[in-house]
Design a protein around this ligand. Structure first.
Ligand code: PLP
Length: 449
Protein backbone atom coordinates (compact mmCIF):
# COMPACT_ATOMS: atom_id res chain seq x y z
CA UNK A 1 0.00 0.00 0.00
CA UNK A 2 1.21 3.49 -0.97
CA UNK A 3 1.03 5.96 1.93
CA UNK A 4 -1.23 8.95 1.32
CA UNK A 5 -1.52 10.87 4.59
CA UNK A 6 -3.35 13.86 3.02
CA UNK A 7 -6.15 11.63 1.72
CA UNK A 8 -6.33 9.96 5.13
CA UNK A 9 -6.58 13.33 6.85
CA UNK A 10 -9.53 14.33 4.62
CA UNK A 11 -11.35 11.05 5.32
CA UNK A 12 -10.80 11.51 9.02
CA UNK A 13 -11.90 15.15 9.01
CA UNK A 14 -15.22 14.41 7.29
CA UNK A 15 -15.79 11.48 9.62
CA UNK A 16 -15.18 13.61 12.70
CA UNK A 17 -17.42 16.38 11.34
CA UNK A 18 -20.38 14.26 10.20
CA UNK A 19 -20.35 10.54 11.04
CA UNK A 20 -22.22 9.57 14.19
CA UNK A 21 -20.69 6.28 15.37
CA UNK A 22 -22.32 3.27 17.05
CA UNK A 23 -22.21 2.81 20.84
CA UNK A 24 -19.80 5.73 21.31
CA UNK A 25 -19.34 9.05 23.07
CA UNK A 26 -18.77 10.93 19.86
CA UNK A 27 -15.99 13.20 21.07
CA UNK A 28 -14.07 10.51 22.93
CA UNK A 29 -13.34 8.31 19.92
CA UNK A 30 -10.54 8.40 17.39
CA UNK A 31 -11.46 6.14 14.44
CA UNK A 32 -8.58 4.91 12.29
CA UNK A 33 -8.93 5.97 8.63
CA UNK A 34 -8.67 2.76 6.61
CA UNK A 35 -7.26 2.92 3.09
CA UNK A 36 -7.73 -0.68 2.00
CA UNK A 37 -8.13 -4.31 2.95
CA UNK A 38 -7.37 -7.71 1.46
CA UNK A 39 -7.61 -11.20 2.89
CA UNK A 40 -6.83 -11.08 6.61
CA UNK A 41 -5.13 -7.65 6.50
CA UNK A 42 -6.10 -3.98 6.28
CA UNK A 43 -3.98 -0.84 6.15
CA UNK A 44 -4.19 2.85 6.94
CA UNK A 45 -3.21 5.91 4.87
CA UNK A 46 0.23 6.02 6.48
CA UNK A 47 0.95 2.56 5.05
CA UNK A 48 0.67 0.76 8.40
CA UNK A 49 -0.72 -2.74 7.94
CA UNK A 50 -2.68 -4.75 10.51
CA UNK A 51 -3.50 -8.44 10.72
CA UNK A 52 -7.21 -8.51 11.53
CA UNK A 53 -7.99 -10.93 14.36
CA UNK A 54 -11.52 -9.46 14.59
CA UNK A 55 -12.93 -10.27 11.12
CA UNK A 56 -14.40 -6.75 11.24
CA UNK A 57 -17.11 -7.39 13.83
CA UNK A 58 -16.71 -11.16 13.51
CA UNK A 59 -18.25 -11.25 10.05
CA UNK A 60 -15.63 -11.31 7.26
CA UNK A 61 -15.41 -15.10 7.46
CA UNK A 62 -13.81 -15.31 3.99
CA UNK A 63 -11.56 -12.27 4.56
CA UNK A 64 -11.68 -8.95 2.71
CA UNK A 65 -12.15 -8.56 -1.05
CA UNK A 66 -12.45 -12.22 -2.02
CA UNK A 67 -12.22 -11.89 -5.83
CA UNK A 68 -14.98 -14.43 -6.59
CA UNK A 69 -17.48 -12.74 -4.29
CA UNK A 70 -16.54 -9.26 -5.53
CA UNK A 71 -17.07 -10.52 -9.11
CA UNK A 72 -20.44 -12.05 -8.22
CA UNK A 73 -21.59 -8.74 -6.72
CA UNK A 74 -20.40 -6.89 -9.85
CA UNK A 75 -22.23 -9.35 -12.12
CA UNK A 76 -25.44 -9.11 -10.11
CA UNK A 77 -25.20 -5.30 -10.11
CA UNK A 78 -24.88 -5.33 -13.91
CA UNK A 79 -27.80 -7.74 -14.33
CA UNK A 80 -30.32 -6.82 -11.61
CA UNK A 81 -29.11 -4.60 -8.79
CA UNK A 82 -32.39 -4.68 -6.92
CA UNK A 83 -35.92 -5.98 -7.04
CA UNK A 84 -38.87 -5.81 -4.66
CA UNK A 85 -39.37 -8.64 -2.14
CA UNK A 86 -42.74 -9.94 -3.39
CA UNK A 87 -41.18 -11.39 -6.56
CA UNK A 88 -39.26 -14.63 -7.13
CA UNK A 89 -35.73 -13.60 -8.07
CA UNK A 90 -32.89 -15.96 -8.99
CA UNK A 91 -30.28 -14.72 -6.49
CA UNK A 92 -32.83 -14.77 -3.64
CA UNK A 93 -34.16 -18.23 -4.51
CA UNK A 94 -30.66 -19.65 -4.84
CA UNK A 95 -29.42 -18.09 -1.58
CA UNK A 96 -32.45 -19.45 0.30
CA UNK A 97 -31.86 -22.93 -1.16
CA UNK A 98 -28.15 -22.96 -0.28
CA UNK A 99 -28.84 -21.76 3.27
CA UNK A 100 -31.76 -24.14 3.88
CA UNK A 101 -29.65 -27.07 2.66
CA UNK A 102 -27.12 -26.31 5.41
CA UNK A 103 -29.30 -25.29 8.37
CA UNK A 104 -30.07 -28.13 10.80
CA UNK A 105 -33.18 -30.34 10.78
CA UNK A 106 -36.32 -29.03 9.14
CA UNK A 107 -35.33 -25.35 9.15
CA UNK A 108 -36.13 -25.11 5.47
CA UNK A 109 -37.81 -21.73 4.99
CA UNK A 110 -35.75 -18.55 5.01
CA UNK A 111 -37.04 -15.08 5.88
CA UNK A 112 -34.40 -12.55 4.83
CA UNK A 113 -33.62 -9.40 6.81
CA UNK A 114 -30.97 -6.67 6.53
CA UNK A 115 -28.87 -7.91 9.45
CA UNK A 116 -28.82 -9.73 12.77
CA UNK A 117 -30.90 -7.49 15.01
CA UNK A 118 -33.92 -7.45 12.71
CA UNK A 119 -33.58 -11.23 12.32
CA UNK A 120 -33.95 -11.47 16.11
CA UNK A 121 -36.94 -9.06 16.06
CA UNK A 122 -38.71 -11.24 13.51
CA UNK A 123 -37.83 -14.56 15.16
CA UNK A 124 -39.37 -13.35 18.43
CA UNK A 125 -42.44 -11.98 16.66
CA UNK A 126 -42.91 -15.35 14.94
CA UNK A 127 -42.54 -17.17 18.27
CA UNK A 128 -45.11 -14.94 19.99
CA UNK A 129 -47.61 -15.31 17.16
CA UNK A 130 -47.03 -19.07 16.90
CA UNK A 131 -47.56 -19.68 20.63
CA UNK A 132 -49.95 -16.82 21.44
CA UNK A 133 -47.78 -16.15 24.52
CA UNK A 134 -46.25 -12.81 25.53
CA UNK A 135 -42.84 -13.44 27.14
CA UNK A 136 -39.32 -14.22 26.02
CA UNK A 137 -36.57 -15.67 28.20
CA UNK A 138 -32.99 -14.73 27.37
CA UNK A 139 -29.59 -15.02 29.00
CA UNK A 140 -27.37 -12.59 30.84
CA UNK A 141 -24.00 -12.41 29.11
CA UNK A 142 -25.50 -12.25 25.63
CA UNK A 143 -25.80 -9.90 22.67
CA UNK A 144 -28.69 -10.06 20.21
CA UNK A 145 -28.58 -6.70 18.40
CA UNK A 146 -29.21 -2.99 18.66
CA UNK A 147 -32.89 -2.56 17.73
CA UNK A 148 -35.56 -2.30 20.45
CA UNK A 149 -36.57 -5.89 21.13
CA UNK A 150 -33.16 -7.29 20.17
CA UNK A 151 -31.40 -5.01 22.65
CA UNK A 152 -34.07 -5.76 25.30
CA UNK A 153 -33.23 -9.49 25.15
CA UNK A 154 -29.49 -8.70 25.15
CA UNK A 155 -27.74 -9.45 28.43
CA UNK A 156 -25.01 -6.80 28.54
CA UNK A 157 -24.88 -3.11 29.56
CA UNK A 158 -25.82 -1.91 26.08
CA UNK A 159 -29.44 -2.74 26.88
CA UNK A 160 -29.72 -0.58 30.02
CA UNK A 161 -30.51 2.65 28.16
CA UNK A 162 -33.42 0.98 26.34
CA UNK A 163 -34.82 -0.94 29.31
CA UNK A 164 -38.00 1.12 29.61
CA UNK A 165 -39.51 -1.07 26.91
CA UNK A 166 -38.47 -4.47 28.29
CA UNK A 167 -42.04 -5.69 28.82
CA UNK A 168 -42.08 -9.36 28.17
CA UNK A 169 -38.36 -10.09 28.59
CA UNK A 170 -36.97 -12.08 31.53
CA UNK A 171 -33.26 -12.82 31.86
CA UNK A 172 -31.76 -16.00 33.29
CA UNK A 173 -28.20 -17.30 33.82
CA UNK A 174 -26.83 -19.63 31.21
CA UNK A 175 -23.90 -21.92 32.09
CA UNK A 176 -20.38 -20.46 32.36
CA UNK A 177 -18.21 -22.60 34.59
CA UNK A 178 -15.31 -20.14 34.88
CA UNK A 179 -17.63 -17.60 36.55
CA UNK A 180 -20.30 -20.00 37.74
CA UNK A 181 -23.47 -18.52 39.25
CA UNK A 182 -24.26 -22.01 40.58
CA UNK A 183 -21.20 -22.71 42.78
CA UNK A 184 -20.35 -25.49 40.34
CA UNK A 185 -16.93 -27.06 40.15
CA UNK A 186 -17.49 -29.34 37.15
CA UNK A 187 -19.14 -29.01 33.75
CA UNK A 188 -21.69 -31.64 34.82
CA UNK A 189 -22.70 -29.63 37.90
CA UNK A 190 -22.82 -26.38 35.90
CA UNK A 191 -25.02 -28.01 33.25
CA UNK A 192 -27.44 -29.66 35.68
CA UNK A 193 -27.76 -26.57 37.89
CA UNK A 194 -28.19 -24.17 34.96
CA UNK A 195 -30.98 -26.37 33.61
CA UNK A 196 -32.63 -26.55 37.05
CA UNK A 197 -32.40 -22.73 37.30
CA UNK A 198 -33.97 -22.33 33.85
CA UNK A 199 -36.82 -24.73 34.64
CA UNK A 200 -37.50 -22.90 37.93
CA UNK A 201 -37.50 -19.58 36.06
CA UNK A 202 -40.06 -20.99 33.60
CA UNK A 203 -42.19 -22.31 36.49
CA UNK A 204 -42.20 -18.98 38.36
CA UNK A 205 -42.85 -16.92 35.20
CA UNK A 206 -45.66 -19.30 34.27
CA UNK A 207 -45.00 -21.74 31.41
CA UNK A 208 -48.17 -20.66 29.62
CA UNK A 209 -46.77 -17.10 29.36
CA UNK A 210 -43.42 -17.98 27.77
CA UNK A 211 -43.31 -17.86 23.97
CA UNK A 212 -39.58 -18.33 23.39
CA UNK A 213 -36.20 -18.97 24.87
CA UNK A 214 -33.50 -17.24 22.85
CA UNK A 215 -29.85 -18.24 23.24
CA UNK A 216 -26.70 -17.71 21.28
CA UNK A 217 -25.66 -21.30 20.58
CA UNK A 218 -22.17 -20.26 21.68
CA UNK A 219 -22.39 -16.78 23.23
CA UNK A 220 -20.00 -14.63 21.20
CA UNK A 221 -19.49 -11.00 22.21
CA UNK A 222 -20.15 -12.00 25.82
CA UNK A 223 -17.04 -14.17 25.84
CA UNK A 224 -17.11 -17.22 23.51
CA UNK A 225 -18.53 -19.63 26.08
CA UNK A 226 -19.20 -23.06 24.57
CA UNK A 227 -22.01 -24.56 26.67
CA UNK A 228 -21.27 -27.77 28.62
CA UNK A 229 -22.26 -31.03 26.95
CA UNK A 230 -25.97 -31.67 27.42
CA UNK A 231 -27.02 -28.09 28.16
CA UNK A 232 -28.57 -27.23 24.80
CA UNK A 233 -30.20 -30.67 24.57
CA UNK A 234 -31.61 -29.97 28.04
CA UNK A 235 -32.97 -26.58 26.93
CA UNK A 236 -34.50 -28.25 23.86
CA UNK A 237 -36.22 -30.78 26.17
CA UNK A 238 -37.58 -27.99 28.42
CA UNK A 239 -38.93 -26.16 25.35
CA UNK A 240 -40.66 -29.35 24.19
CA UNK A 241 -42.06 -30.02 27.66
CA UNK A 242 -43.60 -26.54 28.01
CA UNK A 243 -44.46 -25.76 24.37
CA UNK A 244 -41.84 -23.00 24.17
CA UNK A 245 -40.17 -22.01 20.88
CA UNK A 246 -36.37 -22.45 20.93
CA UNK A 247 -34.59 -19.66 19.05
CA UNK A 248 -30.86 -20.15 18.52
CA UNK A 249 -29.08 -16.96 17.52
CA UNK A 250 -26.25 -17.92 15.16
CA UNK A 251 -25.58 -14.42 13.85
CA UNK A 252 -21.98 -14.64 15.09
CA UNK A 253 -21.45 -18.39 15.59
CA UNK A 254 -22.94 -19.49 12.25
CA UNK A 255 -21.48 -20.01 8.78
CA UNK A 256 -18.30 -21.86 9.67
CA UNK A 257 -17.03 -19.78 12.57
CA UNK A 258 -17.03 -22.81 14.91
CA UNK A 259 -15.54 -25.24 12.36
CA UNK A 260 -19.01 -26.55 11.50
CA UNK A 261 -21.60 -24.85 9.30
CA UNK A 262 -23.57 -23.95 12.41
CA UNK A 263 -22.66 -24.15 16.09
CA UNK A 264 -25.88 -26.16 16.63
CA UNK A 265 -24.22 -28.96 14.62
CA UNK A 266 -21.65 -29.34 17.42
CA UNK A 267 -24.42 -30.13 19.91
CA UNK A 268 -26.86 -32.03 17.68
CA UNK A 269 -29.66 -29.68 18.60
CA UNK A 270 -32.32 -28.45 16.19
CA UNK A 271 -34.00 -25.17 17.19
CA UNK A 272 -37.43 -24.06 15.97
CA UNK A 273 -36.00 -20.80 14.65
CA UNK A 274 -32.42 -19.86 13.91
CA UNK A 275 -31.18 -16.35 13.22
CA UNK A 276 -28.17 -15.65 11.02
CA UNK A 277 -26.35 -12.68 9.39
CA UNK A 278 -22.63 -11.72 9.25
CA UNK A 279 -20.89 -14.82 7.80
CA UNK A 280 -23.81 -15.65 5.46
CA UNK A 281 -22.09 -13.41 2.89
CA UNK A 282 -19.11 -12.24 4.93
CA UNK A 283 -20.93 -8.92 5.31
CA UNK A 284 -19.99 -7.79 1.79
CA UNK A 285 -23.58 -6.51 1.44
CA UNK A 286 -25.87 -6.31 4.51
CA UNK A 287 -27.93 -9.49 4.94
CA UNK A 288 -29.48 -11.49 7.75
CA UNK A 289 -32.39 -13.81 8.21
CA UNK A 290 -34.42 -16.35 10.12
CA UNK A 291 -34.44 -20.06 9.25
CA UNK A 292 -37.90 -21.39 10.09
CA UNK A 293 -39.06 -24.91 11.05
CA UNK A 294 -41.85 -26.66 9.18
CA UNK A 295 -44.20 -26.33 12.17
CA UNK A 296 -43.75 -22.58 12.53
CA UNK A 297 -43.86 -22.05 8.77
CA UNK A 298 -47.22 -23.88 8.82
CA UNK A 299 -48.59 -21.28 11.24
CA UNK A 300 -48.20 -18.75 8.45
CA UNK A 301 -49.35 -21.00 5.61
CA UNK A 302 -52.83 -19.55 5.34
CA UNK A 303 -52.52 -16.69 7.82
CA UNK A 304 -50.42 -13.71 6.76
CA UNK A 305 -47.17 -13.14 8.59
CA UNK A 306 -47.41 -9.55 9.86
CA UNK A 307 -43.90 -8.39 9.06
CA UNK A 308 -41.66 -7.45 6.17
CA UNK A 309 -38.89 -5.28 4.78
CA UNK A 310 -38.38 -3.34 1.55
CA UNK A 311 -35.02 -5.03 1.14
CA UNK A 312 -35.95 -8.55 2.27
CA UNK A 313 -33.75 -10.80 0.18
CA UNK A 314 -32.01 -7.94 -1.64
CA UNK A 315 -30.59 -9.44 -4.87
CA UNK A 316 -27.13 -7.89 -4.41
CA UNK A 317 -26.86 -9.25 -0.86
CA UNK A 318 -28.24 -12.63 -1.91
CA UNK A 319 -25.82 -12.90 -4.84
CA UNK A 320 -23.02 -12.24 -2.35
CA UNK A 321 -24.40 -15.02 -0.13
CA UNK A 322 -24.55 -17.50 -3.02
CA UNK A 323 -20.95 -16.70 -4.00
CA UNK A 324 -19.74 -16.79 -0.38
CA UNK A 325 -21.30 -20.18 0.34
CA UNK A 326 -19.89 -21.58 -2.90
CA UNK A 327 -16.42 -20.21 -2.08
CA UNK A 328 -16.63 -21.72 1.41
CA UNK A 329 -17.44 -25.12 -0.16
CA UNK A 330 -14.81 -24.90 -2.92
CA UNK A 331 -12.05 -23.79 -0.56
CA UNK A 332 -13.05 -26.07 2.32
CA UNK A 333 -13.20 -23.14 4.71
CA UNK A 334 -15.40 -24.80 7.33
CA UNK A 335 -12.97 -27.71 7.63
CA UNK A 336 -10.08 -25.25 7.54
CA UNK A 337 -11.51 -23.42 10.56
CA UNK A 338 -11.89 -26.71 12.41
CA UNK A 339 -8.42 -28.02 11.64
CA UNK A 340 -6.46 -24.76 12.16
CA UNK A 341 -8.45 -24.14 15.35
CA UNK A 342 -7.39 -27.54 16.65
CA UNK A 343 -3.81 -27.58 15.37
CA UNK A 344 -2.71 -23.92 15.58
CA UNK A 345 -5.00 -21.47 17.38
CA UNK A 346 -6.06 -23.57 20.40
CA UNK A 347 -2.56 -24.93 21.17
CA UNK A 348 -0.99 -21.52 20.47
CA UNK A 349 -3.33 -19.75 22.90
CA UNK A 350 -2.83 -22.41 25.58
CA UNK A 351 0.91 -22.03 25.23
CA UNK A 352 0.53 -18.25 25.72
CA UNK A 353 -1.61 -18.91 28.81
CA UNK A 354 1.17 -20.99 30.33
CA UNK A 355 3.63 -18.10 30.10
CA UNK A 356 1.36 -15.14 30.84
CA UNK A 357 -0.17 -14.87 34.32
CA UNK A 358 -2.77 -12.38 33.00
CA UNK A 359 -4.51 -15.18 31.09
CA UNK A 360 -7.18 -16.72 33.32
CA UNK A 361 -8.82 -19.02 30.80
CA UNK A 362 -8.65 -19.98 27.11
CA UNK A 363 -11.97 -21.00 25.55
CA UNK A 364 -13.18 -21.76 22.06
CA UNK A 365 -13.42 -23.91 18.98
CA UNK A 366 -12.72 -23.45 15.26
CA UNK A 367 -11.87 -19.79 14.61
CA UNK A 368 -13.90 -18.67 17.65
CA UNK A 369 -11.73 -18.14 20.75
CA UNK A 370 -11.50 -15.92 23.83
CA UNK A 371 -8.83 -15.20 26.41
CA UNK A 372 -10.18 -14.15 29.78
CA UNK A 373 -7.66 -11.66 31.22
CA UNK A 374 -7.37 -11.46 35.00
CA UNK A 375 -5.46 -9.63 37.74
CA UNK A 376 -5.28 -12.79 39.80
CA UNK A 377 -5.62 -16.35 38.57
CA UNK A 378 -6.67 -17.63 41.99
CA UNK A 379 -9.54 -15.20 42.63
CA UNK A 380 -10.24 -14.76 38.88
CA UNK A 381 -10.61 -11.02 39.46
CA UNK A 382 -11.03 -9.57 35.93
CA UNK A 383 -8.18 -7.43 34.58
CA UNK A 384 -10.70 -4.55 34.47
CA UNK A 385 -14.08 -4.33 36.28
CA UNK A 386 -17.32 -5.24 34.46
CA UNK A 387 -18.28 -2.45 32.02
CA UNK A 388 -15.23 -0.34 32.94
CA UNK A 389 -14.44 2.84 31.02
CA UNK A 390 -11.82 5.59 31.18
CA UNK A 391 -9.04 5.12 33.74
CA UNK A 392 -10.59 1.90 35.10
CA UNK A 393 -10.22 0.35 31.64
CA UNK A 394 -6.58 1.44 31.23
CA UNK A 395 -5.04 -2.07 31.42
CA UNK A 396 -7.19 -3.32 28.52
CA UNK A 397 -6.51 -0.13 26.54
CA UNK A 398 -2.78 -0.68 27.08
CA UNK A 399 -3.11 -4.31 25.96
CA UNK A 400 -4.93 -3.24 22.77
CA UNK A 401 -2.40 -0.51 22.02
CA UNK A 402 0.48 -2.99 22.41
CA UNK A 403 -1.20 -5.44 20.03
CA UNK A 404 -1.68 -2.71 17.41
CA UNK A 405 1.93 -1.63 17.80
CA UNK A 406 2.90 -5.23 17.04
CA UNK A 407 0.77 -5.14 13.85
CA UNK A 408 -2.31 -6.97 15.15
CA UNK A 409 -5.83 -5.53 15.33
CA UNK A 410 -7.33 -7.26 18.39
CA UNK A 411 -10.97 -7.83 19.38
CA UNK A 412 -11.37 -6.43 22.87
CA UNK A 413 -14.51 -6.58 25.02
CA UNK A 414 -14.40 -5.76 28.74
CA UNK A 415 -11.61 -7.96 30.25
CA UNK A 416 -11.33 -10.26 27.23
CA UNK A 417 -9.61 -10.46 23.92
CA UNK A 418 -11.22 -12.69 21.30
CA UNK A 419 -9.33 -14.43 18.54
CA UNK A 420 -11.78 -14.48 15.66
CA UNK A 421 -9.84 -14.19 12.38
CA UNK A 422 -11.24 -14.96 8.92
CA UNK A 423 -11.67 -18.72 8.38
CA UNK A 424 -9.10 -18.68 5.57
CA UNK A 425 -6.32 -17.04 7.57
CA UNK A 426 -3.18 -19.10 6.87
CA UNK A 427 -1.05 -20.91 9.42
CA UNK A 428 1.87 -18.46 9.03
CA UNK A 429 -0.49 -15.48 9.52
CA UNK A 430 -2.04 -17.08 12.59
CA UNK A 431 1.42 -17.59 14.07
CA UNK A 432 2.29 -13.97 13.30
CA UNK A 433 -0.86 -12.93 15.19
CA UNK A 434 -0.05 -15.20 18.12
CA UNK A 435 3.43 -13.62 18.35
CA UNK A 436 1.84 -10.14 18.48
CA UNK A 437 -0.55 -11.35 21.19
CA UNK A 438 2.47 -12.65 23.10
CA UNK A 439 3.95 -9.12 23.12
CA UNK A 440 0.63 -7.52 24.10
CA UNK A 441 0.02 -10.01 26.93
CA UNK A 442 3.37 -8.98 28.46
CA UNK A 443 1.79 -5.53 28.86
CA UNK A 444 -1.33 -7.07 30.45
CA UNK A 445 0.93 -9.05 32.81
CA UNK A 446 2.16 -5.76 34.32
CA UNK A 447 -1.29 -5.37 35.91
CA UNK A 448 -1.32 -8.78 37.58
CA UNK A 449 -1.24 -8.62 41.39
N1 PLP B 1 -26.93 -11.62 17.41
C1 PLP B 1 -25.65 -11.88 17.69
C2 PLP B 1 -25.29 -13.17 18.34
C3 PLP B 1 -24.64 -10.96 17.35
O1 PLP B 1 -23.36 -11.23 17.64
C4 PLP B 1 -25.01 -9.75 16.72
C5 PLP B 1 -23.99 -8.74 16.35
O2 PLP B 1 -22.86 -8.78 16.81
C6 PLP B 1 -26.37 -9.51 16.46
C7 PLP B 1 -27.30 -10.47 16.80
C8 PLP B 1 -26.82 -8.23 15.79
O3 PLP B 1 -26.48 -8.25 14.45
P1 PLP B 1 -26.46 -6.88 13.59
O4 PLP B 1 -25.38 -6.05 14.19
O5 PLP B 1 -26.22 -7.36 12.19
O6 PLP B 1 -27.80 -6.25 13.74
Amino acid sequence: PQPNPEAGAAVKAADRAHVFHSWSAQELIDPLAVAGAEGSYFWDYDGRRYLDFTSGLVYTNIGYQHPKVVAAIQEQAARMTTFAPAFAVEARSEAARLIAERTPGDLDKIFFTNGGADAVEHALRMARLHTGRPKVLSAYRSYHGGTQQAVNVTGDPRRWASDSATAGVVHFWAPFLYRSRFYAETEEQECARALEHLETTIAFEGPSTVAAIILETIPGTAGVMPPPPGYLAGVRALCDKYGIVLVLDEVMAGFGRTGTWFAADLYDVVPDLMTFAKGVNSGYVPLGGVAISAEIAATFATRAYPGGLTYSGHPLACAAAVATINVMEEEGLVGNAASLGTSVVGPGLRELAERHPSVGEVRGTGMFWALELVRDRETREPLVPYNASGEANAPMAAFAAAAKKAGLWPFVNMNRTHVVPPLNTGEAELKEGLAALDAALSVADEHVR
